[in-house]
Design a binder for this molecule. Structure first.
Ligand code: PGA
Length: 254
């Protein structure tokens, strides 16, 4: 760790490497599940969290971490796609984390993206989460356009789980996740920005210089609908930002 500092009232930790970021995020997941067994947490898909997953799975296999009681809520999924589809964020999470970590099926709360009544199912997903006391922890990544989960620019900060139109940048980002020509739907279902912002603890992990400018806009400009992640500034010390040096290179406050 290079530096720990307060910018506003959230904390930001600039680390030397992707591995260090992944370890630090895994440590927070571990602390959370040990302090609040049976609590609900959410974790992201994408490239950024893969190192954190590897570390969590390593700890589970080594017997130093028990995730058997933890409820995992998924963040987002393409509308109409599910874990049996090639291009599926749910499938991505099963393969990279849920299956190797042995999370019990009854503790996995998939985004109901294939439900016959998706709006009703999205509302029921929120109720399921509220019944477990809401999110104890939300680990989130930062999209190239500032999205958090699939809360695209324009998403209200009090939005709940719902169907959204994907921004062109997000569809482009998604098509790079799968080799070949996997078709990326135009719509998705995402946990709401408001749902995420209500978490008791929020960890934003960001790596690489391609994210430096959007991270700067997220943390150093006034919160705006144009940059969904910018609303994270408003949650105060519930937010911990863990970034590598490259992602932090545009920040003036650290
Ligand atoms: P990435 O995606 O980790 O693949 O960069 C981040 C996100 O869109 O949240």
């Amino acid at each position: 760790m290079l530096q720990e500092d307060d910018v506003g009232s959230y904390s930001i930790r600039v680390v030397e490497s992707y591995d260090e970021m992944s370890q630090a995020a895994a440590d927070i997941v571990q602390q959370t599940v040990e302090a609040a067994p049976g609590a609900a947490i959410t974790v992201p898909t994408g490239q950024t969290p893969l190192g954190m997953y590897e570390e969590l799975v390593r700890r589970v296999k080594a017997g130093t971490l028990d995730l058997n009681k933890t409820h995992i809520f998924l963040l987002d999924e393409y509308l109409g796609q599910g874990r049996d589809d090639e291009a599926s964020l749910t499938r991505w999470l099963y393969e990279s984390f849920l299956t190797p970590a042995g999370i019990p099926a009854e503790h996995i709360h998939e985004v109901p993206s294939t439900a016959a009544d998706p709006e009703g199912a999205a509302a029921a997903f929120e109720v399921e989460l509220a019944d477990l006391g809401g999110l104890e922890l939300a680990v989130v990544g930062l999209g190239p356009n500032g999205h958090v989960a699939f809360n695209e620019p324009g998403s209200p900060p009090d939005s709940r789980t719902r169907i959204v139109e994907l921004a062109p940048e997000s569809r482009q980002q998604s098509s790079a996740y799968w080799e070949g020509e996997a078709a990326i739907p135009e719509r998705a279902m995402t946990m709401g920005l408001g749902t995420i912002l209500s978490a008791k603890r929020i960890v934003l992990i960001v790596s690489g210089d391609s994210k430096a400018e959007i991270l700067r806009r997220s943390l150093e400009e006034e919160p705006t609908l144009d940059v969904p992640a910018s609303w994270l500034q408003n949650v105060g010390d519930r937010l911990e930002v863990i970034v590598d040096r490259e992602a932090a290179s545009g920040l003036t406050g650290v």
